[in-house]
Design a protein around this ligand. Structure first.
Ligand code: SAJ
Length: 425
């Protein structure tokens, strides 16, 4: 039975996971190279935003079940939850995983369990982690046990999903898988499936790639819809009434460290066989330019100001990693537009165009451009910005605003999938 756990990496996955175990009877030592993050956490301050994290962190720290530092400690089990990004050339960068694994080797004891939670290309446990762990001198599979148990939680609902989601556990052998299952049963209520490490690695990457391919289909339909004077959002809603159809939502692009990254692991692994996957990546990565082209079309003159609402990669989170908003803004600036952006979830000074309010962003602007469907934007009233704007145009790329009210207020209104010639005239 695991009594002491060491969690390496206290980011969007590692910290909630560490807190969850600490509040379910497992003594946890959390480790992060970021000294500032460690100081904040030990003072019960958050360096990331997630619903329910503050009160659970307070409980874990106050109970003494969670301690943090920049160095690992001896434990019964170790969880590695560090970044697994891609490089400029779209190949997987597994150095964080390799270094985190190497960092625990001096602390390993016979019988220890090591679990990789980061999403990685198939064979990473075998080709990257095991060679590092072998340097401990312990026999892998007999004296050291290793598994991959990929996180599957969605930002904004992490604690609910940590408990309710099923879990895939891939062990390098059956004993490793069984030991990992026993540990996660501390709080996982969803079904736990056991398999081998490579299958578990592939399953997680497949899940995120499935979503990316379906979003690409939705974005392609939005482009096709332009030719038909059809509101693609309504069309998708109607199609999804079909029991076997689940078309995702189009948008200004796919961001975050997961859906926009993981499919490239498969393209790198099997370039000849991953045509749909590769094309879907290109389709979704092309959406920011598509949106900027439409802005140019709708405004007609690039020496104007655009008020961008939403910098984070999705609704109600503070995470700007790989955010499509940044690419849209870059495209607009390259065209000559002046951009002012506002995001209620993102910390100040996170982007050079950032201002302190919607009103400040819209002041003197020709267009309000919605890029992230934060709940704060859903109730935005035209009256809040109309008088301060130079021209009254609104473009909603996330279908989250009641455009009828804006039309009534004299705005030219556009939804993603609209073409200049089929609206407002
Ligand atoms: N998006 C669309 N249309 C959609 C859904 C999403 O354009 O219909 C965009 C979002 O705006 C965002 C991006 O895709 O920019 C990704 O957002 P998301 O909500 O789809 O996913 P993530 O990245 O927050 O979380 C995903 C989840 N994976 C799946 O749902 C298959 C989560 O379960 C994973 O744990 C997470 O990746 C991860 O960490 O891998």
């Amino acid at each position: 039975m695991t009594k002491n756990l060491c969690v390496i990496g206290l980011g969007y996955i590692g910290l909630p996971t560490a807190v969850m175990f600490a509040n379910h009877g497992v003594r946890v030592h959390g480790v992060d190279l970021n000294q500032r993050a460690v100081e904040m956490i030990s003072n019960k301050q958050l360096h990331i935003e997630e619903n329910g994290l503050q009160e659970r962190l307070d409980k874990a720290i106050d109970s003494g079940m969670l301690t943090v530092s920049t160095e690992p400690v001896e434990a019964d089990a170790f969880i590695v939850a560090v970044p697994s990004p891609i490089r400029e050339d779209r190949t997987a960068d597994l150095e964080y995983v390799r270094k985190a694994t190497a960092s625990i080797v001096p602390y390993l004891k016979k019988g220890n369990l090591i679990i990789l939670e980061s999403t990685v290309p198939p064979k990473t446990v075998e080709d990257v982690m095991l060679p590092e762990l072998e340097k401990s001198g312990f026999k892998i599979g007999e004296e050291l046990f290793v598994s991959h148990s990929p996180e599957r939680v969605i930002p904004g609902r992490i604690f609910e999903e940590l408990e309710q989601n099923g879990r895939i556990i891939g062990g390098i052998n059956e004993k490793s898988a069984e030991m990992t299952k026993e540990l996660y049963e501390a709080f996982v209520k969803g079904p736990i499936e056991l398999t081998d490490a490579t299958t578990a690695e592939l399953v997680k990457v497949m899940e995120n790639t499935y979503r990316d391919v379906n979003i690409a289909f939705a974005n392609e339909m939005a482009k096709i819809g332009e030719h038909l004077d059809v509101n693609i959002w309504d069309a998708i809603r109607f199609a999804n009434f079909h029991p076997r159809v689940n078309i995702h939502q189009p948008g200004p692009g796919v961001g975050g460290h997961c859906i926009a990254v993981d499919p490239w692991f498969l393209v790198e692994l099997a370039p000849e066989q991953s045509n749909i996957i590769h094309l879907s990546r290109k389709t979704n990565d092309g959406m920011p330019e598509f949106v900027a082209d439409r802005v140019m079309e709708f405004v007609g003159d690039s020496e104007r100001k655009i008020a961008v609402l939403g910098l984070s990669f999705k609704a109600d989170v503070d995470d700007m990693r790989q955010s499509p908003s940044i690419d849209v803004i870059n495209n607009l600036q390259e065209k000559g537009f002046t951009v002012a952006s506002f995001d209620p979830h993102v910390k100040d000074d996170s982007h050079p165009t950032q201002v302190q309010s919607i009103e400040e962003a819209a002041d003197g602007a020709a267009m309000v451009l919605i890029l992230t469907n934060h709940k704060e934007f859903k109730d935005l009233e035209p009256g809040q910005v109309a008088d301060a704007m130079d021209e009254k145009i609104i473009y909603d790329t996330k279908n989250c605003i009641d455009l009828a009210a804006w039309k009534e207020a004299g705005f030219r209104t556009y939804l993603l999938g609209d073409h200049k010639d089929n609206t407002n005239e």
